[in-house]
Design a protein around this ligand. Sequence first.
Ligand code: NAP
Length: 352
Amino acid sequence: MLSSSTSTLRLHQPTRPHRRHPPAPAAGGATHLGPSRRWRGPPLRARPQRIRALDAAQPFDYESRAAGLLEERQRLKIAIVGFGNFGQFLARTFARQGHTLLAHSRTDHSALAATLGASFFTDPHDLCECHPDVVLLATSILSAEAVLRSLPVHRLRRNTLFVDVLSVKEFPKNLLLSSLPPDFDVICTHPMFGPESARDGWDGLPFVFDKVRVGDCPARRARAEAFLNIFECEGCRMVEMSCAEHDAHAAETQFLTHTVGRMLAMLELRSTPINTKGYETLLRLVDNTCSDSFDLYNGLFMYNKNSTELLNRLEWAMDSVKKKLFDGLHDVLRKQLFEGSAQAPSTSNVRK
Ligand code: NAP
C-alpha cells in the first residue's frame, strides 16, 4: 500500500482501501494550469462514489478546499517518449483521467496523438522545453539507451521525474541512474499487462514498481505518489519490489509465457470443430504473445540475465518429457520382441 503524503489525502480515501480516485475534471475543461492545458480528450468517466458529508461542502469549508487543491496537484503533465503500441495504450487511460499529455517518437504519430488530446513533438528539444512533470520512457527495450541519450535532458526542469515501463527492470534502472543528472527522480515500473490482456480494464492486474530515487521533499514525494496513483485508482494490484527481484520472477513468468506462445505459433495451430477449453487457452496464448513486437520478446531475452537459464531449463523439460515417452515405447517394443507372441525379427529382416 502506498503511503499517503498528507493527512488530507487520508481523509479522502475511498471506500476501497487500495484504491484512489483519479483527479476530477475542472469545470468547463479549464484547469489552474491555464488554457494551454485545457482538457481536450473524451469526457472523463466518473467513478461511483459513496456520498459523504464532504461532497456537500459549504463555500468556506477549508477541508473541502484543501481536498480540491490536492486533486489539482495530482494532475500531471506527462511526456511519453516512445509513442508506439504500449505508449498509446497507456496514454488512453492517462487522458481519461485528465492528465496533460505530450508525446515523442521516432515515427510521426501526431494524428493519433491529436485524437487523445495529446501534443506530439517530432523534436525532443521542443518536448523537453514544455517542462513535463514526468517523462515516461515507453520505447522498445532494445532502443531505450539510444532514445534516452537523444533527449536533451538539460532542457528539462532540474528535478524532473523519469519513469520507465520497460518489461525488464535492472537494465533501465542502471541506465537511468548512470545517464540522468542526480537531481532527477527515478521510478522503474512494469505494468504486467498490455493492450490485449487488459482490453477490459486494469482492475486487479499487477503493477510492479521500484522507487529507485525520489528526492526527500514533500513536492517530489507527492509527485511520485500522484504518478503511482494513476494505476492504483484504476484498480491495479500495486506490487513494490526491487528491480532485481522483478527480473528473477519475470523470467519464470513472462519470458516463459512469451516463449511458449512463440513456440506454439511456429506450429500454426488452427481452430477445429472439437476444440477443448485447454486448446482454446493455447490459441489465446498465441494471440496474446504474438501481438507484441518481436523486439519486445527479444528484449526480454537480451536484457534479463535470468532468461538464458530459463531457456535451458525449458529445453531440458522438453527432452525429459520426450525421454519418458520414448522410454515407455521402448519398454513395450522390447516386451513384444522378447516376451510376446511376436518373434524377434531375424537379422536379415532388419533394415540396415
Ligand atoms: P516495442 O516494440 O517494445 O516498442 C515500440 C516503441 O519503441 C515504439 O514507440 C517505437 O517507435 C520505439 N522504437 C523501436 N525501435 C526504435 C529505434 N530504433 N529508435 C527509436 N525508437 C524505437 O513495443 P511496445 O509494445 O510499444 O512496448 C513499448 C515498451 O513497453 C517496451 O519497453 C515494452 O517492454 C514495454 N511494455 C510493453 C507491454 C505490452 O504489452 N506491449 C507491457 C508492459 C511493458 P515508433 O513509434 O517509431 O514505432
